[in-house]
Design a protein around this ligand. Structure first.
Ligand code: DHB
Length: 392
């Protein structure tokens, strides 16, 4: 080897070493990616808008570097069609190599993603969908929203004590609606009440009119309603247009129907409606006041609803898990660090049950009232630390 070749070889190997060094540094600093799949358009778009806003607020408040890792949010619009959700989840895992999958506006979207989470060992943080059985679809699912059985039972305890014995149920005809119908009915019967008719409306483009007419003719004490977030205002409008309230029929339901995203535009006819749910924008805690104020400030005065709080808490669960792994991540380590988290949410104290990976939380009874000229779900009773009754 002559001198020139020797120098060349030395330079080459120095360059290679430097390159190798750079790439290992780059590896260590590779972003921690959260694939956030939400319905940003279509019938469930308000859910997407609320959760995206809440996730961005959480990041703005808590920084975007955790344990030396830059956190990157990759937002995808699944238009709430489960086939699209599945394809997007697959692409996020295979092409983008996301560390966590999150979001899921409706139950079919969460269900469609579950096998991908299991196969790729990627934690799937369900921030919105609320059918009880979702967490059983994959051991990698952790939920920060709620379940319909969890919130329906409290209302069935309240109703008969308040003169409501004969009830017609009206639910969206899919997972959460069927859960709400079943758990409300069983508990009402247990408490001496009865469900005289159980009506189901399609999830897509529902027309409530023929159903409401039927209810009016049957004259129950109350109509119990579950519809997904975003559909409540239409139910309220048609209920009032048909003079059901004047006919002495009370409207009751899970808090999805008096959704904070729409409630203030429902008008005075909504006053007095009693619902049970896990979150109200009017929840009187300092943590919630701070949350509602910051959310409004960052989003042109938008009021956060229960979807927003599911997204905000979901980001917290992910951040704390990443912190616990010292920025290393890894599907199984993240999952282990998500289980058992206890913290104060804007909704009140919450706990991620390590056994079920589902959220344990307070359920509140609330009544629509006017406060400072605006309509709110004002809490008047609380059932503490409620586990999903769907899991035994
Ligand atoms: C689901 C969707 C909603 O918008 C809601 O309010 C409750 C449940 C769901 O599909 O699981």
């Amino acid at each position: 080897m002559n001198k020139r070749t020797l120098v060349k070889t030395a330079i080459c190997s120095a360059v290679l070493t430097a390159l190798a060094g750079t790439s290992s540094v780059a590896m260590a600093q590779e972003a921690f990616k959260i694939g956030l799949i939400l319905p940003m358009t279509g019938q469930q778009a308000s859910t997407g808008r609320q959760i995206e806003a809440a996730a961005r607020l959480y990041m703005a408040q808590n920084g975007d570097t955790i344990g030396g890792r830059k956190v990157q949010l990759i937002l995808k619009d699944d238009t709430s069609l489960p086939d699209v959700t599945r394809r997007l989840a697959q692409e996020l895992v295979v092409n983008d190599k996301v560390d966590v999958l999150a979001g899921f506006g409706i139950t079919p979207s969460a269900m469609a993603t579950a096998p991908i989470a299991t196969q790729s060992k990627t934690p799937q943080v369900v921030m919105a969908a609320a059918t009880s059985s979702i967490t059983q679809a994959s051991p990698y699912i952790v939920r920060t929203s709620f379940t319909l059985p969890q919130v329906s039972v409290a209302l069935a305890d309240w109703a008969p004590k308040n003169g409501i014995k004969k009830v017609v149920t009206l639910v969206s005809d899919y997972g959460p609606g069927i859960d709400a119908e079943k758990y409300f009915k069983e508990r009402l019967i247990f408490n001496g009440g009865q469900v005289t008719e159980a009506l189901r409306v399609p999830l897509r483009n529902p027309d409530f009119a023929p159903f409401l007419q039927k209810v009016r003719d049957g004259k129950p004490d109350a109509l119990f309603v579950f519809v997904p977030s975003g559909a409540g205002a239409a139910v309220m409008k048609q209920f009032l247009e048909r003079g059901m309230d004047k006919a002495g029929i009370k409207l009751i339901g899970t808090g999805d129907v008096t959704d904070d995203d729409q409630l203030n535009d429902m008008g005075e006819g909504a006053l007095g409606v009693v619902t049970s749910h896990h979150y109200s924008a009017a929840h009187p805690s300092p943590a919630n006041k701070k949350f509602v104020e910051a959310f409004g400030k960052a989003n042109k005065g938008l009021r956060p609803n229960f979807m927003a709080v599911g997204g905000y808490d979901g980001m917290r669960v992910i951040y704390e898990a990443l912190k616990k792994t010292g920025g290393k991540g890894g599907g199984d380590a993240l999952l282990a660090a998500m289980k058992g988290q206890i913290f104060e949410s804007p909704r009140g104290p919450v706990f991620i049950d390590a056994q079920t990976r589902d959220i344990v939380q307070n359920v509140y009874l609330r009544k629509v009232e006017k406060k400072d000229g605006q309509l709110y779900n004002v809490e008047f009773d609380v059932i503490k630390d409620v586990k999903d009754p769907g899991k035994n």
